[in-house]
Design a protein around this ligand. Structure first.
Ligand code: MN
Length: 248
């Protein structure tokens, strides 16, 4: 199996090496990743300048660093190696559950792969334990790959707590959060701002967040169609104020 590995933490992250080491047990691995951290870049595409890559072996793995975003890496990697069978993204240092799916660069690499006709799987891990060691997550990533490479799903989001007690299929946790700007000051006295979020609702059972909070690894199949069919169904029988008959 030909496997392309991307991340958003950058090519020098220990997370991408861990993923490459596990994935190499399942097939031939190539690594193409941003040359610096691109976390929270979401699905940004570099359109105002060209991209280039530089060979940067990651241990024994053939690897290249790119002056672009995670989504750029998915586009460039699948262009360079069109026989890629699956694109893996991660292992991200930090969870990508609930609403953070919207701004995750890790997930965006997998999403971009899916938009281009490939399969994409994103891996992220909790790093809040002070004794966190990415190597401890490798057996769980291996178990996840064993399950997921067999499944015929195009886009999958996987999140690991510390020492997961097993895997749960989950839905995305959609809670409202109060996003707030926290003001501060730089050493020269200039104001700056950090955006932070605090959930305002309790965690719902069956969601990725609930799974993580209860010690399970969370697997969520995702889709790219954002249409609300519920709302569309409700409204499609209503007359539009400026409706014109296309035949007129
Ligand atoms: Mn990241």
């Amino acid at each position: 199996m030909k496997i392309l590995i991307i991340n958003d933490d950058g090519i020098y992250s220990p997370g991408i090496l861990a993923l490459a080491e596990v994935a190499s047990e399942f097939g031939e691995v190539k690594v193409l990743a941003p040359n610096m951290e691109q976390s929270s870049m979401s699905h940004a595409i570099t359109s105002s300048r060209p991209l280039s890559y530089i060979r940067t072996p990651v241990k024994e793995f053939e690897a290249f660093r790119v002056n672009g975003t995670p989504a750029d890496c998915a586009a460039l990697g699948t262009y360079l190696w069109p026989d890629t069978e699956v694109v893996l993204s991660g292992i991200n240092f930090g969870l990508n559950i609930g609403s953070s799916i919207w701004h995750s660069g890790t997930l965006a690499a997998a999403k971009q792969a899916v938009l281009l006709g490939y399969r994409g799987i994103a891996f992220s891990t909790d790093i809040s334990d002070e004794n966190f060691d990415i190597n401890q997550q490798k057996p769980f990533v291996k178990q996840a790959l064993k399950i997921l490479l067999e499944e015929n799903m195009e886009l999958i989001n996987v999140n690991f707590p510390h020492n997961p007690k097993g895997f749960l299929w989950c839905k995305q946790s959609l809670r409202h959060y109060d996003g707030v700007m926290v003001p501060g000051e730089d050493p020269k006295g200039r104001k700056h701002y950090w955006f932070t979020v605090v959930p305002v609702e309790a965690t719902e059972k069956g969601t990725d967040r609930w799974a993580i909070e209860h010690g399970w690894a969370a697997i969520t199949p995702l889709r790219l169609d954002l249409t609300s069919y519920e709302e569309l169904g409700k409204i499609s029988n209503k007359e539009m104020p400026f409706q014109v008959n296309p035949s007129e």
